[in-house]
Write a protein that binds this ligand. Structure first.
Ligand code: 2DT
Ligand code: MG
Length: 218
């Protein structure tokens, strides 16, 4: 007897600079999909709730010191510890929205300017993680970001770091294997940005069958 195959969920990542509105947009997207009766999960990285996440949280708050390579690998491990559950959810037909992912992972570490920590090195621990079906990059100019108020007090929340992060993000977007990346102008009113995000996400969810099974980052 033939069983109806469950349509898999989509893996949708939202990336961008601090203050681009990632978390607000993820929340809105999550609500919209639930309202449309889609099975949906919303997760974020770093996930500060796990033992590894607690070490990351302490580092970001400046309460502990770690070498650039060590903290980098902890951020990556924090993704690997939920990689299987993401795959399981996707297989069950749940669309998973992810606030920051491997792109932030590679870019923030490489932006520190450590001569022994290149963008290439930083990407390697990400290889093999579930590959997003769609990565929405929320782009915002430094001027627009500045209008949205000051930075917080965590590590990386400085002008010079944000500028290097922005340049590195833009260089990642040019890579040929990153064709799933969609750039969104996030310097506009919240509901306009939300509408611009919802369209490609629904399109992606519709197309997962033709994309085939979830791929891996290479
Ligand atoms: P939030 O402000 O979004 O909580 O992020 N970061 C994040 C990395 O350096 N590597 C990573 O892999 C991830 C996911 C970006 C806290 C900071 O952590 C940085 C900002
Ligand atoms: Mg932050």
């Amino acid at each position: 007897m033939a069983h109806d195959k469950i349509k898999r969920g989509a893996l949708v990542v939202v990336e961008g600079l601090d203050r681009a509105g990632k978390s607000s947009q993820c929340e809105l997207l999550y609500r919209s999909l639930l309202d449309m009766n889609y099975k949906t999960e919303y997760i974020r990285f770093p996930d500060r709730s796990t033992p590894i996440g607690k070490q990351i949280d302490s580092y970001l708050r400046g309460q502990s010191q770690l070498g650039d390579h060590s903290i980098h690998l902890l951020f990556s491990a924090n993704r690997w510890e939920v990689a299987q559950s993401i795959q399981d959810d996707i297989a069950k037909g749940i669309t998973v929205i992810v606030d920051r992912y491997s792109y932030s992972g590679a870019v923030y570490s490489a932006a520190k300017g450590n001569p022994n920590l290149s963008l290439h090195w930083a990407w390697q621990p990400e290889v093999g993680l579930p590959r997003p079906d769609l990565c929405l990059f929320l782009s915002i100019s430094p001027e627009e970001a500045a209008k949205r108020g000051g930075y917080g007090v965590e590590r990386y929340e400085t002008d010079s770091m944000q500028k290097r992060v922005r340049d590195l993000f833009l260089s990642l977007l040019d890579l040929p294997h990153n064709d799933e990346i969609c750039v969104i102008d996030a310097g506009r009113p919240v509901d306009e940005v939300a509408q611009d995000i919802l369209e490609p996400v629904l399109e992606c969810m519709k197309n997962v069958d033709s994309i085939g099974s979830l791929k891996k980052l290479a």
